[in-house]
Design a protein around this ligand. Structure first.
Ligand code: PEP
Ligand code: MG
Length: 907
C-alpha cells in the first residue's frame, strides 16, 4: 500500500533527507534533523503524491484517502507533546506549511496557530497564565486562516484588506501605534470583528472544529501550488508542475510567549559574499512572519554582525546595545545552542544552510533547514572553502557552482541598495549580461560624439544593424525594441561582453522626435536610463554600478575545472582584443571568427561596398585588392593573440544587402567615391533586396557566385599565417566554409582555397599546415554528413542557423511569437538560447556520427550561441564533440559546464 503520511518527532522519523521528491525539501529535512538529534517540534508530512491526486481527483477523494493516516499521525504528535488537538484544557496547536521538492521561497501559503477556537483560547489562556499571548495568537490565526483558506485576501492592489482595515480601526480607537501594544480586550475585540467580517463576506461562520480547520488548511496549501505566484516562479526556475508540493503539519512552538521567546532566520555562511561567517536576524517575542513582514526592525544574531549593521544603519553603539542587541548578547545560552546546531547541520549536509528557528521560553527549536541560495561570488567561495576544509571533494566543489552564476563575477553589477529603490520601466530579453547606466542616444554617430565629450551613453535603437557597431562599442549598454537572443545587437553585445537588453516590445521609439515612450513616460535624448542585461530589466534614471572582483577563488575554481574536462573550450572572436580577453579566461583557440564583422569599421565598409556595388569581376577584384591587406593584418593580430592554438576563420557569410548604403548621404558618398551616379547606386541597392535574406544569397553561395571573394580571403589567411611563421609565431589557421548544404558546394570552395594556398606557398617558397572544414548549419548537411566529411578536415555546428532551419523560425522574427510560446508552455525554453536537444540535437548527433563514419578522427565542435549555455554544453560532451566555442565572457561558464558534463558522463 502506498504510504501518504510520514511522521517525525522526538529523534525518530519515517522519512529522511534523500526523500525530497516525495516529502518536499522541508519535509525531508525535518525528518533528517530528527535523525541527527536536532530539536524539531514533532509533526508529519503529507506527500507530494497526495498533491498530484488532489489536483486530479479533488478534495473529497483525498480527504477520504488519508483521513485515518492523518488522525493517527495527530495522535502520535499528541502523545509526544502531551497536548490534545481541539481540547480546551490542554490544547495542541499546529502549523501547516507547504514544501516542494525545490525551495520556492514565499510562493505558497502557511498557516500558524491552527486548532484555536473560542473555547480552546480560554483554556489555553488559563493554562499559560498569559492571555495576551494567547489572544494575540488567536487574532493572527483568524486573519491568516481567513486570508489563505477563506479567500478574504484582496485580489487586486486597490482592494482593501478587511482585516487590515479593522486592525487599523481598533488601533486608532485605542490610541496605539504597534500591534504589540494592544490590550487583551482589544485583541478580543479584533477576533470578534475579524469573524464578523468573515461571516459578512463568505456567508459562513469561522470554523470552530479543529479538524475542519486542518483539512481547510491542508487543501489550501495544495491549492497554493496552482496560484499565480507559484506558477510564475516555476516558469522562471523551470520547476515542473507535476512535482506538486508536500504539506508539513507540526506542533506549534511559540516565539511570542514573552521576553524569553523569539524567532529568527540564520545562515551558516554569508550568502552574499561567501565569507565563512555565521549570520542572521531574529526578533524577541515574535512569530515567524514578523521577521519577514518588516514591521519591526529585526536584530542581528551575532555581535559582530550587529556592529556591522549598526555602522550601515547609522545607529550609535550605545543605542545598538540598548535597543537592538544581538542574540549573542541578549540570550548567550540560546546563541550558543544555535551556533552548535548550525555547525552540525552544515557539517552533516556539507553545504551552507539557511535555517529557521524559534525560541520558546528559553528552549531552542529548529523549524527548517535547507541549502541556502547565494550569489555567484558566494557560490564560488563557499565551494572552494569547503573543499579546503575537507568537507567536500573536488568533483563536488565543481558540481556545486551553477555555471551561469559565474556571469555575475564577470560583468559590472548594480549596487544592491541602489537597485532596490529603482523603478522598472520595461522588460526585454536578457541578451547580454551586466549592468549599464547612461544617457539615451538614438544614433550611433551621436554615441561616438557624446562619448568623446566624456559622457556615458546607452544606445537605444528599434533594432541595430552593422552600421551601429561603432556606437555599440562605445556605449555602456544597448537597448533595442525588437530582436531576439541571436539578433545582431545580442550577438555583437555578448561578443563584446557589453550589457544588452533586446526585444523590449513596450518601447515606442521615435527617431525623428528623438524620444522613447515607455510606461507612460516620455524620455528624450540625454535622459538617463539603466539596463540590467542579466534580467532584461530597464530602469528609470541612473543607478550606481560597481566593478566585479575576479578574486583568487575564481581562478582556483577554473584550475580545478581544467583537471576534469575532456572537451576544450574555444572562443568566438572577431578581433585580437576579444581573442586576448578570451585567452585570459582560458580559451584554447578560436572556434569562429566572423569575417564580415571585420568590414564594419572605418573606411573598410567603403571598400566592401565598392566590391558589392561593382558590376563585373574586374571591378570586384579592384575592391578586393583594397580589402586584402586589411584582412591580412586583422588575421595576423588574431593569430598572434591565439598563438599555439587553432584559429577557425570563417569565409564571408551575411547577405550582401546588409553592407550596402541605405541612407541617402551614404549613397551619395559611395557614388562620388566610385565615380558613378546616385541612381546607379540606388538601383544596385534595390537589386540586392531579398524577400528572405536569411535563406538568400549568403554563406558559401556568395563564394560560389563570386569566387574571387573566397580567393581573396583564403590568400589573406594563408599569407597572414606565413608572415607570422616568419616571425617565429605559431599560427594555426583553420578555414571554414559557411552554410554548406551539399558536398558539391564544399568541394567547390575547398578547391579554390587549396589552389590559392598552393599559389601562396609557391610565391613564398615555404609551406604551413592548415585545415579546411565546414559549418554544419543546414539540416541537409547534418543528414549527409558522411559525404560532406569526405571533403572536410573538421565540422563546426552552427546551431543558430540549424535551429532556425530545423524549427523554421526566422532568427530575426522569432521575437514576435516566442514569448507567447513560452508563456503558453508550447516551448519550455527559447531554442535559440538552449539547444533543442530532442529535435535540433538529433540532427547534431546524426551529423557527428555520420561524419565520423567516414572519418573516425574528424574534429567536431560547436560555434552557435549554444556553445556557452551549460545544458547545451553538457549535450555536446555527450555526443562526443572535441570542443565548444562561445563568446569571450562565456568562456569560464563553458569551461565549468564542460568539466561538470565530463564528471557526470564518466560516472
Ligand atoms: C550559426 O549559425 O550557428 C553560426 C555560428 O553562424 P551565424 O550566427 O554567424 O550565422
Ligand atoms: Mg550561421
Amino acid at each position: 500500500m502506498t504510504k501518504y503520511v510520514y511522521t517525525f518527532g522526538n529523534g525518530a522519523a519515517e522519512g529522511k533527507a534523500d526523500m525530497k521528491n516525495l516529502l518536499g525539501g522541508k519535509g525531508a529535512n525535518l525528518a533528517e534533523m530528527n535523525l541527527i538529534g536536532v530539536p524539531v517540534p514533532p509533526g508529519f508530512t503529507i506527500t507530494t503524491d497526495v498533491c498530484t491526486l488532489y489536483n486530479k481527483l479533488g478534495r473529497d477523494y483525498v480527504v477520504e484517502l488519508i483521513k485515518a493516516d492523518v488522525e493517527a499521525a495527530i495522535a502520535q504528535v499528541e502523545a509526544q507533546t502531551g497536548g490534545k488537538f481541539g481540547d480546551s484544557t490542554n490544547p495542541l496547536l499546529v502549523s501547516v506549511r507547504s514544501g516542494a521538492r525545490a525551495s520556492m521561497p514565499g510562493m505558497m501559503d502557511t498557516i500558524l496557530n491552527l486548532g484555536l477556537n473560542d473555547t480552546v483560547v480560554e483554556g489555553m489562556a488559563k493554562k499559560t497564565g498569559n492571555p495576551r499571548f494567547v489572544w494575540d495568537s488567536y487574532r493572527r490565526f483568524v486573519q491568516m486562516y481567513g486570508d489563505v483558506v477563506l479567500d478574504m485576501k484582496p485580489t487586486s492592489k486597490t482592494d482593501i484588506d478587511p482585516f487590515e482595515e479593522i486592525l487599523e480601526e481598533v488601533k486608532h480607537e485605542k490610541g496605539v501605534i504597534n500591534d504589540n501594544e494592544l490590550s487583551v480586550d482589544a485583541l478580543k475585540e479584533l477576533v470578534t470583528k475579524f469573524k464578523a467580517a468573515v461571516k459578512a463576506k463568505t456567508g459562513h461562520d469561522f470554523p470552530e472544529s479543529s479538524y475542519e480547520q486542518l483539512w481547510g488548511a491542508v487543501c489550501a496549501v495544495f491549492n497554493s501550488w496552482m496560484n499565480d505566484r507559484a506558477i510564475y516562479y516555476r516558469q522562471l526556475n523551470q520547476i515542473p508542475e507535476e512535482w506538486g508540493t508536500a504539506v508539513n503539519v507540526q506542533a506549534m512552538v511559540f516565539g511570542n510567549m514573552g521576553l524569553t521567546s523569539g524567532t529568527g532566520v540564520c545562515f551558516s555562511r554569508d550568502a552574499g559574499t561567501g565569507e565563512n561567517l555565521f549570520n542572521g536576524e531574529y526578533l524577541i517575542n515574535a512569530q515567524g512572519e514578523d521577521v519577514v513582514a518588516g514591521i519591526r526592525t529585526p536584530q542581528q544574531i551575532t555581535k559582530e554582525g550587529s556592529i556591522r549593521w549598526a555602522a550601515l544603519a547609522g545607529v550609535s553603539e550605545a543605542d545598538r546595545a540598548a535597543k537592538y542587541p544581538s542574540l549573542e548578547e541578549a540570550m548567550p545560552e540560546m546563541y550558543q545552542a544555535l551556533f552548535n546546531i548550525q555547525k552540525n547541520l552544515e557539517k552533516h549536509y556539507k553545504d551552507m544552510q539557511d535555517m529557521e528557528f524559534t525560541i520558546q521560553e528559553g528552549k531552542m527549536w529548529m523549524l527548517q533547514t535547507r541549502s541556502g541560495k547565494r550569489t555567484g561570488a558566494a557560490m564560488v567561495q563557499i565551494a572552494i572553502d569547503m573543499l579546503k576544509e575537507g568537507l567536500i571533494d573536488e568533483k563536488t566543489a565543481l558540481l556545486r557552482v551553477e555555471p551561469n552564476k559565474l556571469d555575475e563575477l564577470l560583468h559590472p553589477v548594480f549596487d544592491k541598495k541602489a537597485i532596490k529603490a529603482a523603478r522598472v520601466l520595461a522588460k526585454g530579453l536578457p541578451a547580454s549580461p551586466g549592468a549599464a547606466t547612461g544617457q539615451i542616444v538614438f544614433f550611433a554617430d551621436e554615441a561616438t560624439e557624446w562619448v568623446a565629450e566624456g559622457k556615458k551613453v546607452v544606445l537605444v535603437r528599434i533594432e541595430t544593424s552593422p552600421e551601429d557597431l561603432r556606437g555599440m562599442t562605445v556605449a555602456q549598454g544597448i537597448l533595442t525594441a525588437r530582436g531576439g537572443m541571436t539578433s545582431h545587437a545580442a550577438v555583437v553585445a555578448r561578443g563584446m561582453g557589453k550589457c544588452c537588453v533586446s526585444g523590449a516590445g513596450s518601447l515606442q521609439i521615435d527617431y525623428k522626435a528623438r524620444t522613447m515612450v515607455v510606461d507612460g513616460k516620455t524620455f528624450k535624448e540625454g535622459d538617463f536610463i539603466s539596463l540590467n542585461g542579466t534580467t532584461g530589466e530597464v530602469y528609470d534614471g541612473k543607478i550606481a554600478t560597481i566593478d566585479p572582483e575576479l578574486s583568487g577563488y575564481f581562478g582556483e575554481l577554473m584550475e580545478i575545472a581544467e583537471k576534469y574536462t575532456r572537451m576544450s573550450v574555444r572562443t568566438n572572436a572577431d578581433t585580437p582584443k576579444d581573442a586576448q580577453i578570451a585567452r585570459n579566461f582560458g580559451a584554447k583557440g578560436i572556434g569562429l571568427t566572423r569575417t564580415e564583422h571585420m568590414f564594419f569599421e572605418g573606411d573598410r565598409i567603403k571598400a566592401m561596398r565598392e566590391m558589392i556595388l561593382a558590376d563585373d569581376v574586374a571591378g570586384r577584384e579592384k575592391a578586393l585588392e583594397k580589402l586584402l591587406p586589411m584582412q591580412r593584418s586583422d588575421f595576423e593580430g588574431i593569430f598572434e593573440a591565439m598563438a599555439g592554438y587553432g584559429v577557425t576563420i570563417r569565409l564571408l557569410d551575411p547577405p550582401l544587402h546588409e553592407f550596402v548604403p541605405h541612407e541617402e548621404a551614404n549613397q551619395k558618398e559611395m557614388a562620388a567615391e566610385m565615380g558613378i551616379s546616385v541612381e546607379q547606386v540606388k538601383h544596385k541597392v534595390e537589386s540586392l533586396h531579398e524577400f528572405n535574406p536569411m535563406l538568400g544569397h549568403r554563406g558559401c553561395r556568395l563564394g560560389i557566385t563570386y569566387p574571387e571573394i573566397t580567393a581573396m580571403q583564403a590568400r589573406a589567411i594563408i599569407e597572414a599565417a606565413m608572415n607570422l611563421k616568419a616571425k617565429g609565431i605559431d599560427a594555426r589557421p583553420e578555414i571554414m566554409v559557411p552554410l554548406v548544404g551539399t558536398v558539391a558546394e564544399l568541394k567547390n570552395q575547398t578547391e579554390i582555397i587549396r589552389s590559392v594556398a598552393e599559389k601562396v606557398f609557391a610565391e613564398k617558397g615555404d609551406r604551413i599546415d592548415y585545415l579546411v572544414g565546414t559549418m554544419i548549419e543546414i539540416p541537409r548537411a547534418a543528414l549527409t554528413a558522411d559525404h560532406i566529411a569526405a571533403e572536410a578536415d573538421f565540422f563546426s555546428f552552427g546551431t543558430n542557423d540549424l535551429t532556425q532551419m530545423t524549427l523554421g523560425y526566422s532568427r530575426d522574427d522569432a521575437g514576435k511569437f516566442l514569448p507567447d510560446y513560452l508563456n503558453r508552455g508550447i516551448l519550455k525554453q527559447d531554442p535559440f538560447q538552449v539547444l533543442d536537444q530532442n529535435g535540433v540535437g538529433l540532427l547534431v548527433e546524426i551529423g557527428v556520427n555520420r561524419g565520423r563514419q567516414t572519418k573516425p578522427d574528424l574534429k567536431v565542435g560547436i560555434c552557435g550561441e549554444h556553445g556557452g549555455e551549460p545544458s547545451s554544453v553538457e549535450f555536446c560532451d555527450k555526443v562526443g564533440m572535441n570542443y565548444v566555442s562561445c563568446s569571450p565572457y562565456r568562456v569560464p561558464i563553458a569551461r565549468l559546464a564542460a568539466a561538470q558534463a565530463n564528471i557526470k558522463h564518466s560516472k
